[in-house]
Design a protein around this ligand. Structure first.
Ligand SMILES: O=C(CO)[C@H](O)[C@H](O)COP(=O)(O)O
Length: 225
């Protein structure tokens, strides 16, 4: 199943509960929470206290993306805050596999992300243990950037590895997804689409429904054969 994970980085920060409710009521499966520390990326956004507040504000699946230099320092906080999925970056400090295992032992789904300049191969040894993998399709840090086309080959490579080995691992992409390029992104093999500006810029419910329509069309064609 193809899922939408609206990135609240582009939502109204004074009305997160409202904007999340509109997106979820319109059919979004996950809610993507971009946590940035001003070190791993040149932007400072959301910390564990806000995730904790969001946990009280919604029953939606909180898909928490840690763009932080030192996950080991903060993993406990994000686990206790009520994250459903936690993504750590392969490029962050520490032992990525140990971080994945810690997340899973806490009963939280674990995901590892790579930046656009990191080859997909680094994920291959991790895939058997992952609930999800996240291919960044923009340089992490800011919403509203253009999709980097060169990342599509990485989506294809990871989809092939997941399918050939029968791994139970979702494949998420993050950055620059619009209604126009999403058909190609899902055709390449992504099954969780993060979209920020394309969801929260304008009519939130209408935008979510636009993505869902594309997903439905793809699934109907795909399963028709
Ligand atoms: O992680 C992010 C930036 O680091 C954002 O989630 C991502 O860029 C989504 O925003 P948009 O859909 O507007 O590109």
């Amino acid at each position: 199943m193809i899922k939408l994970s609206p990135s609240i980085l582009s939502a109204d920060f004074a009305n997160l509960q409202r904007d999340i409710a509109v997106a979820v009521d319109a059919g979004a499966e996950y809610v993507h929470v971009d946590c940035m520390d001003g070190h791993f990326v040149p932007n400072l956004t959301i910390g564990a206290p806000v995730v904790k507040a969001l946990r009280k504000a919604t029953d939606a699946v909180l898909d928490v993306h840690l763009m932080i230099a030192n996950p080991d320092q903060y993993l406990d906080d994000f686990i206790k805050a009520g994250s459903d999925i936690i993504t750590v970056h392969y490029e962050s400090n520490g032992d990525t596999l140990a971080q994945v295992r810690k997340i899973k032992e806490a009963g939280v789904r674990a995901c590892v992300s790579i930046k656009p300049g990191t080859p997909a191969d680094v994920l291959l040894p991790l895939l058997p243990e992952l609930d999800m993998v996240l291919i960044m399709t923009v340089e992490p840090g800011f919403g509203g950037q253009g999709y980097i086309d060169a990342c599509t080959d990485k989506i294809r490579a990871i989809r092939k590895a997941i399918d050939e080995n029968g791994y139970q691992c979702e494949l998420e992409i993050d950055g620059g997804a619009k209604l126009t390029n999403t058909p190609d992104i899902v055709a390449a093999g992504a099954n969780v689409i993060v979209a920020g500006s394309a969801v929260f810029g304008g009519d939130i419910a209408g935008n979510v429904k636009g993505f869902k329509k594309i997903f439905d069309e793809f699934e109907n064609n795909y399963f028709a054969f």
